[in-house]
Design a protein around this ligand. Structure first.
Ligand code: AN7
Length: 374
């Protein structure tokens, strides 16, 4: 029996780590790929849909995959402190991994615009939380400027090690399905994750070390081919924060899915490349569509993901409806973060609890009123 010790140990050969790299891990990765059996039926389509539930990572989002790499490499380089701008999840992951590594962590977040659970994580892990009177894009710009003058290591996804860690999701999907799916749908905010997915899938089909069309031999991880093909990539943005669909930065992005409230993604060009090379597309969903999908997933599949994550389901359902995805297809949706991150949004859209006297009659009345027909 080999215990699971996190994704760096598992995929060491495929990651840029040395034998003496100090590995900072919380046993992230190895998240479940859950078949969503009710959604195809409700959509009336003959397809198989799987949710890769990244909410089950140690800090509750996919960011842990990138952060184990970024913080390990920061430590290897002798860093005393890391810094990031964040819509919430990156700050939670950075705070936790910095705590484990024993280094300082500074996080810049848009004041009043990050979900409560994420804020509580950054605070509880002891990072220095700096709320800015601005949005994520302002924070991202400031982080890049301040890193020129202060001894802080940036752990946003412009840090290439973040992307390297995050690419492992593709390897796990391939292992679970035996090959790549036909389609892979995911939310797009700063666009690091779609970039990472595509790198992972691309490395998985690549074995030619000398003349590899994908990496010209740079990646060096060609020992075993993991998959025979790559999926079509589907990237979804919130209508109020859809710079890639608009073709220009969005100055004041707005959406209930605060995780992807981003107007000028850092990995814009890489995301476009992933879409084009895979023959995929970008789509947008309204806040209403996002929340409906979040609730549908929670109430028909038992999976509670955060609003930003639900956009992969919302977008997929629309594209299924439009007939853009063929019958018989296998689709994976990355459910990027846990619903518990954002209790306010969940409570606001749910049926309020009933309050009754502590008496048997009262409870029986409620049950009678709510039992499904026999
Ligand atoms: C749940 O935490 O950008 O396109 O600062 O938290 O790789 O940015 C979060 C992004 C999707 C978008 N789903 O991924 C941050 C941050 C969730 C997220 C995204 C985020 P990218």
């Amino acid at each position: 029996m080999h215990p699971y010790n996190g994704l760096i140990e598992k995929y060491r050969e495929r990651l840029p780590v040395a034998d003496d790299t100090p590995v900072v891990s919380l046993n992230e990765g190895a998240t479940p790929l859950i078949e969503l059996r009710n959604l195809p039926r409700l959509a009336g389509k003959n397809v198989r849909i799987f949710g890769k539930f990244e909410g089950l990572n140690p800090t509750g989002s996919f960011k842990d995959r990138g952060m184990t790499m970024a913080v390990s490499k920061a430590l290897e380089a002798g860093a005393r402190a890391i810094i990031c701008a964040s819509t919430g999840n990156t700050s939670a992951a950075a705070a936790a991994y910095a705590a484990r590594a024993g280094i300082a962590c500074f996080v810049l977040i848009p004041e009043g615009k990050i979900a409560l659970g994420k804020l509580s994580q950054a605070m509880m892990h002891g990072s220095v939380v700096i709320q800015i009177r601005g949005n994520f894009d302002d924070g991202m710009r400031l982080v890049q400027e301040v890193a020129k003058t202060m001894p802080v290591n940036i752990v946003n996804s412009i840090n290439p090690y973040r992307i390297q860690g995050q690419k492992t999701i593709a390897f796990e999907v391939i292992e679970a399905l035996g090959d790549a799916p036909d389609y892979h749908a995911l939310p797009v905010g700063n666009a690091g994750n779609i970039t990472a997915h595509w790198i992972g899938y691309s490395e998985a089909v690549c074995t030619d070390t000398r003349a590899c069309a994908l990496c010209q031999g740079r990646c060096g991880y060609h020992k075993t081919k993991l998959a025979t093909r790559r999926p079509v990539m589907l990237g979804y943005q919130a209508s109020g924060a859809a710079p890639i669909l608009r073709g220009r930065p969005v100055e004041n992005p707005e959406t209930v899915a605060t995780a992807i409230r981003i107007g000028n993604p850092v990995s814009w060009q890489q995301a476009l490349a992933a879409q084009q090379e895979s023959g995929g597309w970008f789509g947008e969903c309204t806040d209403g569509e996002i929340l409906r999908a979040q609730k549908m997933l929670a109430q028909t599949e038992g999976i509670f993901c955060e609003p930003a994550s639900a956009i992969s389901i919302a977008g997929l359902l629309k594209d299924l409806e439009l007939g853009k995805i063929g019958e018989g297809s296998t689709i994976v949706c990355t459910l990027t973060g846990h619903g518990l991150k954002d209790p306010d949004t969940a409570i606001a859209q749910s049926v309020k609890p009933l309050t009754v006297e502590a008496e048997l009659d009262a409870i029986e009345d409620v049950i009678r009123g709510h039992l499904p027909p026999s």
